[in-house]
Structure formats: C-alpha cells, structure tokens
Design a protein around this ligand. Structure first.
Ligand code: PFF
Length: 448
C-alpha cells in the first residue's frame, strides 16, 4: 500500500461522502423504530440534544484524529499516541464494530432490495395492511430470498469499494441524496393530509418529559451515534482523506444538519401515516416496511414514487455500507499489507456469512439466539448500545486528554486560518462536557 493517500476531490465531495455515510437506513428505518419504541416526542428532544452536545464534538474529534494521522483507526491511535498500546484498542473495537454493524445492516438492506423488486412489478398495489404485513413476515421466514438480496447488496458494496474512494463514493452521493430529500418532503406532505395524521405528529413531536428514562437516553445516544456514523472509526477513516485546507467544523455541521433533517422528515412521513393506518408506533420493522408501501398506494403517481423511493433508499444504504466496509478494508490494507482488492473480498465474504446468520435468526422459533436475543437484535444492541458509545466516549477522551492541545488547535483551525474564535469552546465541550454526559448515560444503562 502506498503511503500517498487519495484526498476527496472537493469540499462538496467530502460533505457528500460523509453525509452519504451518515444518511441511510439508520435515518429512515432505525430512527422511527427507536423513536416509536421510546415514547416519540421524549425521544426526539433527547435525540436532538445529544446530536448537538455529543454527536457534533465526536464527529469533529474523529475528523481530527483521521486527518492528523492520515491513517485507518488502528494506525491513527497508534500514530498519535506512540508507545502507549492501549489507545490502539479503540481502533480495533471500531474495526470489529463496523464489521458487526455491516452484518446487521445488510439484513435490512436486503429487505430494502426486496421492496425495490416488488415496487418494480407494482406488487403492493391494492394490498391491505394485513396482506403487506403477511408478506413481510413471510420474507423473514424465507431462507433463500433474503440471502439473495443480501448477496446482491454485499456484492454492490464490494464492487464500489474496489473502484476506489473518490471515484467510487463521491460520484454517486452528490446527486442522489438531494433527490431523496425531495421525495421525503413530498411524502411528508401526503402523510400529513391523511385522516388521523395529527395524532401521529403529536406522538412524534410533542415531548412528554415524564417519559425520559435511562432506556430512552441510551437508545437516543446509540441512535445518534449510529445515524451520524460515529464511534466506529468510520469518520476517522474519512478524516484521513480530508485535505489539509478543508474546514472541519463546517463539514461536521453540514453532515449533522443534513442527517438530522432526513431523520426528522422520516418521522414526519412515517408516524402520521402509521397512526392513520392503525400501525402501532412500537411496531418496529413494520413502521417502514408496511407503512410506506401503504402510503404510496394512496398517492397519485404512487407507483412512480414507490419505485424511486426504494431505489434511493437502496442507494443511501449503499453509500453507508461502503463507508462501513471501508473501515476493515483500510485496516487490512494498511495494517496487514493486503491489496485493496483482496482486503475487500475477504471483508465482503466475512460480512456476508454473518449477515446470513443474522437474517436466518429471524425465522420463527429460531435456535440462533444468544442471551435471549436473535443474532440480528444481538448485533444491533451490542453495537449501538455498547460498542459505539464506548468507542465514542474513549475517542473524545483521547482528543481531550491525550492528544496535545496545540495539535488539536492546529487541526481544528487549519493552522490558525479558520475557527479561531470557537476553538476554546469546542475544546471545552470535547474535554469535559461530552465525556461527562456520555459517561452519565452509560452508567444509567449499567445500573439498570
Ligand atoms: N449512519 C448509517 C445510517 O444511518 O444508515 C449507518 C452507519 C454507517 C453506522 C457507518 C455506522 C457507521 F460507521
């Protein structure tokens, strides 16, 4: 592997690629599931606070580690804290975490591809709630169909990765994410005009503060990190591709805002429609995979919207999964000296095997369970509630307490050319506020 690394081609290229990583199934599938299961408005308000106070500083921290070192997460911690082996563990946890998330992620991406296939043949047209739900449950119990769609998804991810960072990632994310945003706005307008929509909107947006519990806090923290692609080394990896004169703060702001906007819009689309169709907010998978096809069927031009929507959702999932897979790939190329092609093929095979186990564990009466959870839920819980939060915490501690302050300021201000006024506040948040807040939430969870 040569030591000269590719940089992103333009400022918009980095934002598009980092936002491409952030925006994905986490926003449209997972955010409504978590908000629905955790009291709607109460979750929403906690989520927004966490994005601002913990997500943004952590994103900056990851960019700084990546750009300063120019390396993969393991190499980055080793390079910035030479001689102290312990910090490298965060990097290893990130590599393991991204691999595990990828397996769970590809399962959901497989359902998305299945929905895309069904929209092409107009399969959902005229079906009622029970029929769509029955069909979704059948899919979970099938053996081969999910494996096929997962295989297609893993293959596409690996294919784009082998083509290289700038060419692969930048090209696809730039145009498509704004179109996804446009479709969500149209869907939101439709959903808000359905009968009974107001109940859904007040569930989602009106906070009932008495519902804020330890479970809500940890779920919101896990969801925020998952959605912003944090605590996984992913944005360290991307940071290593960012050019020295790019402004890290404005990039992080743009990514956080666009990611949150898409999640909020997904909530505005899904909850009013779910309430109108009699789908419970805690229903989980049904929220996206049953509500949305029903919503499309009620719209003029529903066939067209359904098709474009699932196509874009598949692409959004792809831009996220390439960023996830890039973590083990860069690790294998830089640390293990494999060629990029070999590293990608090995990672893809590993992910695919685990992904098959994850989706097969969703069959009724499955023996594929550990600690009372099927493999799919286990991978999700283990990564979002533990790995991401612990890695996120140790990352801000690293930047606040281990990295030299001058080095932080140097990266953060691009050697004194930008953000001079804000640097002390941001440093204070990274050093004190974010670690304390994340620790409190983690402790609440462990006590429980
Ligand atoms: N942020 C992505 C999403 O919301 O779909 C998922 C993800 C990508 C999580 C990359 C973690 C990560 F490192």
């Amino acid at each position: 592997m040569s030591s000269i690394k590719e940089s992103f081609g333009s400022k918009f290229g980095i934002i598009a690629a980092a936002a491409g990583s952030a925006i994905g199934l986490g926003n449209i599938y997972r955010f409504p599931c978590e908000a629905g299961a955790n009291g709607g408005g109460a979750f929403f308000i906690v989520y927004l606070t966490i994005v601002l106070l913990m997500g943004l500083p952590l994103m900056l921290s990851e960019f700084i580690i990546g750009r300063r070192s120019g390396k993969n997460p393991v190499g980055a911690f080793q390079a910035l804290a030479p001689g102290s082996k312990g910090w490298g563990i965060i990097g290893y946890l990130g590599v393991i975490g991204s691999f595990l998330i990828m397996a769970f992620y590809c399962t959901v991406a497989g359902w998305t591809i299945d929905a895309l296939g069904k929209s092409i043949i107009n399969y959902y047209h005229g079906l009622d709630k029970n029929a769509i739900l029955g069909d979704f449950n059948n899919l979970m119990n099938e053996s081969w169909q999910p494996i096929l769609s997962e295989g297609i998804f893993v293959f596409l991810t690996a294919f784009i990765i082998i083509k290289g960072v700038t060419k692969g990632i930048e090209k696809y994310s730039k145009i498509l994410m704004p179109i996804l945003l446009g479709i969500l706005i149209i869907l939101g307008i439709k959903s808000l005009t359905l009968e009974g929509a107001s109940e859904g909107i007040s569930f989602f947006l009106k906070p009932d503060f008495s519902k804020i519990t330890g479970k809500v806090l940890i779920s919101a923290l896990g969801q925020a990190f998952f959605s912003l692609s944090l605590g996984m080394g992913c944005l360290i990896t991307y940071g290593s591709y960012i050019a020295k004169n790019d402004n890290l703060t404005s990039t992080a702001f743009a990514v956080c805002i666009s990611d949150t906007l898409i999640a909020v819009l997904a909530g505005i689309v899904i909850f009013p429609a779910a309430f109108s169709f009699g789908i419970r907010p805690e229903a989980g998978n049904e929220l996206a995979f049953v509500t949305l096809p029903m919503l499309f069927d009620q719209m003029t031009g529903g066939y067209f919207f359904c098709l474009i929507f699932f196509l874009l959702l598949t692409i959004a999932a792809l831009t996220s999964s390439i960023s996830l897979m890039e973590v083990p790939v860069l690790f294998l190329t830089e640390q293990m000296h494999l060629s990029r092609k070999k590293a990608t093929i090995y990672s893809a095979i590993g992910v695919f095997v685990l992904c098959v186990l994850s989706s097969e564990s969703l069959h009724d009466g499955t023996p594929l369970k550990l600690f009372g959870l099927n493999i799919f839920s286990l991978l999700d819980t283990l990564t979002s509630k533990f790995l991401l939060t612990i890695c996120g915490l140790t990352t801000v501690i690293f930047v606040g307490w281990k990295l030299k302050k001058e080095h932080f300021y140097d990266e953060y201000t691009n050697s004194g050319t930008v953000n001079m006024g804000l640097r002390k506040i941001i440093y204070f948040i990274i050093k004190f506020l974010a670690p304390v807040a994340i620790t409190v939430i983690l402790i609440t969870q462990f006590i429980k």
